[in-house]
Ligand binder design. Sequence first.
Ligand SMILES: C[S@@+](CC[C@H](N)C(=O)[O-])C[C@H]1O[C@@H](n2cnc3c(N)ncnc32)[C@H](O)[C@@H]1O
Length: 253
Amino acid sequence: MAARREETHFGDKTVPLADKQGLVDDVFHSVARRYDLMNDLMSGGLHRAWKDALVTAVNPPKSDRPFALLDLAGGTGDVAFRVVAAGGPGTRVTVCDINSEMLSVGRERAAERGCDDVVRFEQGNAEELAHPDRSFDCVTIAFGIRNVPRIERALAEAHRVLKIGGRFLCLEFSSVDVPGLEALYELYSFNVIPAIGEAVTGDREAYKYLVESIRKFPKPKAFAQMIEDAHFRRVSFTSMTGGVVALHSGWRL
Ligand SMILES: C[S@@+](CC[C@H](N)C(=O)[O-])C[C@H]1O[C@@H](n2cnc3c(N)ncnc32)[C@H](O)[C@@H]1O
């Protein structure tokens, strides 16, 4: 009997699981140089407030106490720069992303900001981290987990590399839970975002994928269960902006 081919979603398409990462990589190669500008345009600057909430939860020490953060799917370093700005001289961030082009933009930004000594960029797959067990105080992933083909593996790896007492935080698009806002959000997502994407990056399809991938992502309660299943404890989530985004949290205890 032929082995059953595992499948997954890529936007609104069903694709072989083994093909998803390559397709995701093409999307981010295509948009990397305009990625940060697009974030501001698409969210009307709201992504800054969502990331600020993430950084508040990370709560890096203000002192020179060593604090090591791993920012998975960290792209162009946005979360890393915010954590370094909020923390004291002992704060160090490793940005891990699978996409060389996103990382190149991040390294340039770090050099411009003069923080390339405290933010390190490394190419890696969130599903298979090159770090030893229990090596980070905190692991974050912002708007990255829905792009990872095998989410369970990424959660297991985040758990493995966290120190005991360390916290996992995941910021991700969620499902709108305010009556009336839902229809408006759908309209905006499926019409306005791909149009802005086309105008700014020339790649309408990339932004169609990003919007579709939000729709396919598990609802916040289901995702919280996945975090529990990965052995995190005291799992919780906070919805923001009427459910547009959720901040998920779990501890390695
Ligand atoms: C929407 S961007 C988020 C970037 C950044 N965290 C932010 O909030 O600005 C998603 C990122 O996930 C990365 N990514 C996708 N699959 C990945 C994987 N398996 N391992 C690590 N990074 C991955 C992409 O390369 C891309 O940089």
